[in-house]
Design a protein around this ligand. Structure first.
Ligand code: AMP
Ligand code: GLY
Length: 426
């Protein structure tokens, strides 16, 4: 088959690495890709938002199947556009991607179908939102309704902080149209966890457990990022909890979306808060996690590609995925300054040495090759250094041994990825 992957991050490198290994793959393209993906696929300079150019490319290259990595093109309707053109594609339609594209839509759906989540109200007027914040008190959570690259959530510990967030979103439009409406919700406490399932419209197939670290600083402190590291398995979701999440959150959502005429296909990624009462939904994403995908593919024994095709074709009930028993852990190396401003074009050395270690994969995110073949950092998150091991501790040792071989003075990483899980089950 001739496959095209859309995206350019660590997630897409992990997908490319898995799909390139499939015996079904004759030819693999990635648009736009990065320097690591270029070792697995032919990179083509197409922007994920340029739907016309993508359709033209698929026709010209006789692409059989497109895998869309990031949320923005899904919310913008790339899968609808491809399917209308007769090109099979993995991922939700625009109507189904609203689960991530509009937090208000997601909350209303949960309310209608009794899916457990934080109590909430929706607002478009700053005065009414501020009054609600004062009436409810802190802590309280303010969320921009639309996509804001992971920056549109403020967990406010005081009423002043929450009122400020309302002002920034609704009055100053700091997130543009994404912040033209907000959701204000109850602050939940407990253990945070992620849950991933492949969905074909009716059937949901859970993937192995994985957990990321969202904060930039060690001990899970400081500003939120896209994710500074991840590990799998995640000990906070055992077998019993996974069954509850499937029964109480994932399957009811898949059924609700079908009932609403918004049949969901693709990856349903639930961000959860778990307490004594059980799991509650914090948010849905409609795509694979980044960097969670890096640890998932490092543990996947089965061929990923037929499972993605089965999700698109609506025959996921025939698929069984096998996972290696071993653990995997990814350390993200990011440009100094991330998630704030950072320099671009700095040189990275030593990746080849790091990759040569046993049980190590280095997935690229924001990288490019210079004309003379040097590896340059071009984004905030730049590498996902991944170790596998019999235990999480061994996976971590391998990942950090590899990190220590990478010579990049302009980058940094957290040294404590996996600490919660290692404390729970070293
Ligand atoms: P999100 O971008 O929706 O994943 O939110 C970013 C982070 O904000 C989450 O990973 C949680 O740590 C936190 N968060 C979101 N919603 C809530 C909530 N209702 N209660 C407590 N923390 C939350
Ligand atoms: N790592 C979290 C995400 O992909 O949104």
């Amino acid at each position: 088959m001739r496959i095209l992957i859309i995206g350019s991050g660590g997630r897409e490198h992990a997908l490319a690495w898995a799909i390139a290994a499939s015996p079904l793959t004759d030819k693999l393209y990635c648009a736009p890709g990065n320097a690591g993906i270029a070792e697995e696929a032919t990179c083509v300079a197409l922007a994920p938002e340029d739907q016309d150019a993508i359709v033209r490319f698929c026709r010209r290259e006789r692409i059989d199947f497109v895998v869309v990595g990031p949320e923005a093109p899904l919310v913008a309707g790339l899968v609808d556009r491809l399917e209308e053109a007769g090109i099979k594609a993995f991922g939700p339609s625009a109507k189904a991607a609203e689960l991530e594209g509009s937090k208000g839509f997601m909350k209303d759906l949960c309310a209608k179908y009794k899916i457990p989540t934080a109590a909430y109200r929706r607002f478009t007027q700053a005065e009414a939102a501020r009054a609600y914040v004062r009436e409810t008190g802190a802590p309280i959570v303010v969320k921009a309704d639309g996509l804001a690259a992971g920056k549109g959530v403020v967990v406010a510990s005081t009423v002043e902080e929450a009122e400020e967030a309302v002002g920034a979103m609704l009055s100053e439009r700091r997130f543009g149209e994404a912040g033209a409406a907000v959701v204000i919700e109850e602050c939940l406490t407990g253990e945070e966890a992620s849950f991933f399932a492949l969905v074909d419209g009716r059937t949901a197939l859970p993937l192995a457990s994985a957990q990321d670290h969202k904060r930039v600083g060690e001990g899970d402190t400081g500003p939120n990022t896209g994710g500074m590291g991840a590990y799998s398995p995640a000990p906070f979701i055992g077998e019993a909890m996974a069954l509850r999440v499937m029964a109480e959150i994932i399957r009811p959502t898949v059924a609700a979306m079908a009932a609403e005429g918004r049949e969901f296909k693709g990856v349903l990624f639930a961000g959860l808060m778990i307490d004594e009462a059980g799991p509650k939904l914090l948010e849905f994403n409609v795509r694979f996690g980044d960097p969670e995908t890096q640890v998932l593919v490092a543990r996947l024994m089965s061929d990923l590609l037929p499972a993605l095709i089965a999700a698109r074709d609506g025959v996921l009930d025939h698929v069984h995925l096998r996972w290696h028993e071993h653990a995997a852990l990814t350390v993200v190396m990011a440009a100094n300054g991330y998630p704030g401003d950072y320099a671009k074009g700095t040189e990275i050395k030593g990746v080849e040495r790091a990759k040569a270690l046993a049980g190590v994969h280095v997935f690229h995110a924001g990288t490019a090759r210079s004309a003379d073949g040097r590896l340059l950092a071009t984004g905030g998150r730049v590498l996902g250094v991944t170790g596998t091991g019999d235990t999480l501790a061994q996976a971590r040792t391998r990942a950090y041994d590899a990190v220590d071989l990478i010579d990049w003075p302009d980058g940094f990483c957290r040294r404590d990825i996996g600490w919660r899980a290692l404390k729970a089950a070293p």
